[in-house]
Design a protein around this ligand. Sequence first.
Ligand code: ADP
Ligand code: MG
Length: 454
Amino acid sequence: MNAHTYDQQAIWRDIAVSLQEIFGENAYRGWLKSLRFEEDLGGKVVLSVPTPFIRDWIQARYLSKLLACWQEKSPDVHAIDVIVNDAVPVLTDEPTQAPFMMPDVEARKAPLNDHTAGLDPRFTFENFVVGKPNELAYAAARRVAETDQVNFNPLFLYGGVGLGKTHLMHAVAWHLHIHRKDRKVIYMSAEKFMYQFIRALRNKNIIDFREYFRSVDVLMIDDVQFISGKESTQEEFFHTFNSLVDQKKQIILSADKSPSEMQGIEERMRSRLGWGLVADIHPTSYELRLGILQSKVEKLDVTIPAEVLEFLAYKITSNIRELEGALNRILAHVTLVGGKVSLETTQQVLKDLLRANERHVTIEDIQRQVAEHFNVRTSDMHSPKRLRCVARPRQVAMYLSKQLTTRSLPEIGKKFGGRDHTTVMHAVKKIEELKLGDISLRNDIDLLSRILSN
Ligand code: ADP
Ligand code: MG
């Protein structure tokens, strides 16, 4: 295909609609939303943003990935230029001018506590479905939102992606916004905190910056793992943190790991982070996933057969964001194509997603399951023992490893006490042979592979 048959502007329109999906909500809303297409210079495309800060930030953090996405659609593009175009509206949630950036008196009259701009209206306590995996985090967040006393400081919420950390923090902010308008609340991602800090440094506004952050009643910083390894930001954050704790102001933090597991964090910081209440959000359970789906469907006032919801709750186990994404895709399909939602259409519409959520069985899983089934120890799988009563189960495990994983024979041998690949090959052949004549062995293997593939 001739390089010039690509319509780069059309490609940009394609990419633009999936930016949020590719880079995540924070990056999108904080930075990427204001990107505009300028021109195609043949091999190089030019995008624009409204300010130099946004440009620098995008260049430093998102450009290479953006280029890679672009090249997937149009391999002839070898560079993306980001330029500043003042005419482009600022479309990020970054307040165009943060209060500490505005020395003039007029600007300072802007209410400091109206920070609802960056808050997702759907992320309220009412919309949060509580289950075993998140009940502690939920209860703690509610308590913080409803009482003036600072009982635990900080409240540290942690858990994997898409499990509801940001939702809970926004819920606290909404609650305070509605019930306690007098309290100054700041919610911000750690990434944005760092950006504000760097900008304040550059503009020699650091005193205002400090005053701004230290004058709040509730400070929420999301995804603090972002500042690990970033020393000066950490230092600044540490001081803000301490000063707020001293003033008995509430701090809520979130991260993908507990303070003790976070890497690249100074020791004194780590210990401070764990001072208050550390509440983890566990991976979702089937019941919670189903509950969330049911509550969404109810709110949207659409009917989806129970078996479809159950199927989704059973299959999409990674996180809630993906679960919502799956549901939205089905709803979109129904709106666009019409017709009833069935299990079949669901499977068809979500083919790729379902594949990604398939559980991958590991050799360790196989060894554990086989050992349990034949009443031998898992350690016998690695041991040099040649007794038939352990050697046979071991051969079954090798056979299943070959069948159910993509591992090579040498890799499998290694996991079985460093055996040679020819030993594995022999085991596979042996079991294949035995299966032909031995019904009970065949049943054992069928049963095991069914359990393991589920
Ligand atoms: P995290 O910040 O932990 O990565 P989010 O808070 O952004 O995750 O949650 C991802 C999505 O899942 C959001 O749309 C959120 O509303 C939804 N969600 C998470 N937990 C719940 C819950 N318990 N009930 C309802 N929706 C939830
Ligand atoms: Mg989040």
